[in-house]
Design a protein around this ligand. Structure first.
Ligand code: PLP
Length: 402
């Protein structure tokens, strides 16, 4: 096309198309450098101080500068997706005492792909056949106390959940169709069988085991504890306390099972995991986040959390009718937690109203409801934000006193 025809052609296109095709120079291209844009502000999206925790709906965690830098830098170079997974997988495996590892689209995706790998092994026909499990061992044994919503990740593959409660029931449930035994770490206290026994019984019957420990760092040692304990597959979230990309996670464990799991994952298609793609930026971002998390000073971090929690507690403690309590959840989200409760005849607001006032205040703050009071965590707070949280919560409780 000649330039004249090009312009004529461009003028016939719907608005925007010509711009996208690079045909019409517009003011948009002449604007200030992209880095100056604040896209969340521009779109009118509310941002807030996260005093609640690593909730998926709140976008869980903020990536460290090193992770953002890694994503930015790797975004400008091509690489083979499988090679990125190979090299990063080797490093992650080494860091976490596993034979092999792969980065997945979150812990949920690790659960799906790991289970798929157990069901199919290296048989490509079976990979293509899922979620139809005809001809495969497909029963996954789960303790009754662990049988909550997360098992949907397992049934996504076509696997069938077999629920048991006692060791006797477990021994009876194991048969030639048993594919795997699954353990939900955060619900360990709700089960009658603990980790060591679960693994020992599985090993006796040569059945692979998988553990979901999505939100269960800190402590950092959990990253290798369950590999050391003998679980064949370990699944963890990357975007919770580790502050990696929110849509990344890790599947690690036995080499043959990781290789089999990857058959159901991109870049391969025609499988149940094709939609669980992780881009190279997030794969390397996950690695850098993990490395940073492992190498940071966890004692110093814990002391900092305690001091922040203490300062918020102190700011509201003296208000008449308000009570506070600090605790640490034993397994998931194992960080200091401040529970603030109040006598509603003295402080006349419900916890739902207080949450709204904090949300609608400036800056906006998110906390969690708990019974009649609220929970506050500090592990997702950025530098200095504890002071703002302390001031705002105190302010609102005092206003409600009148
Ligand atoms: C968060 C969570 C998941 C899902 O993890 P994602 O990384 O969000 O995919 C699975 N299991 C448990 C117990 C979790 O807490």
């Amino acid at each position: 096309m000649k330039r004249r025809d090009l312009l004529k052609y461009a003028s016939m296109l719907p608005i925007g198309t010509g711009v996208a095709a690079g045909l019409i120079p517009t003011k948009a291209f002449a604007k200030a450098p992209a880095a100056k844009r604040n896209i969340l502000k521009e779109l009118g999206i509310r941002t807030f101080i996260n005093a609640a925790g690593t909730y998926t709906a709140m976008t869980a965690s903020l990536m460290h500068d090193e992770v953002v830098e890694t994503i930015k830098q790797s975004a400008k170079q091509f690489a083979m997706l499988d090679e990125v997974q190979d090299k990063v997988g080797e490093k992650i495996a080494e860091l976490c005492h596993a034979e092999a590892a792969t980065v997945t689209a979150g812990c949920w995706s690790a659960l799906v792909l790991g289970t798929a790998g157990v069901l199919t092994g290296m048989d490509m026909k079976k990979v293509a056949q899922l979620p139809n499990v005809t001809g495969m061992k497909a029963e996954v044994i789960v303790q009754k106390g662990h049988n909550i919503g997360y098992v949907h990740a397992l049934t996504n593959t076509g696997a069938i959940i077999v629920e048991i409660e006692t060791v006797q029931e477990l021994e009876k449930a194991i048969n030639e169709k048993t594919a795997m035994m699954w353990f939900l770490n955060t619900y360990a206290p709700m089960g009658k069988i603990q980790h060591e026994e679960w693994v020992a019984i599985a090993k006796k019957h040569k059945i692979p085991t998988m553990i979901d420990m999505a939100a269960d760092v800190p402590p950092v040692s959990n990253l290798w504890k369950y590999n050391d304990l003998g679980f064949d597959l370990v699944c963890v979230s990357g975007g919770k306390a580790m502050c990696g990309p929110q849509s990344a996670g890790i599947l690690m464990g036995r080499k043959d099972l990781i290789a089999a799991a990857r058959l159901s994952a991109p870049p391969r298609g025609g499988n149940i995991g094709r939609g669980m793609k992780v881009n190279k930026e997030e794969i390397v971002g996950m690695y850098v986040a993990l490395e940073k998390y492992i190498n940071q000073d966890h004692d110093a971090e814990w002391k900092m959390w305690e001091s922040k929690i203490d300062s918020i507690k102190t700011s509201v403690n003296s208000i008449e009718g308000v009570t506070t309590e600090i605790s640490v959840p034993p397994i998931a989200n194992h960080t200091p937690l401040l529970f603030i409760n109040w006598d509603e005849s003295k402080v006349k607001t419900s916890n739902k109203d207080l949450m709204l006032k904090l949300r609608n205040g400036s800056p906006s703050i998110e906390v969690m409801a708990n019974g009649t009071g609220i929970n506050i965590t500090v592990f997702m707070l950025q530098e200095g934000e504890e002071k703002i949280v302390a001031k705002r919560v105190r302010e609102e409780l005092l206003l409600a006193k009148a």
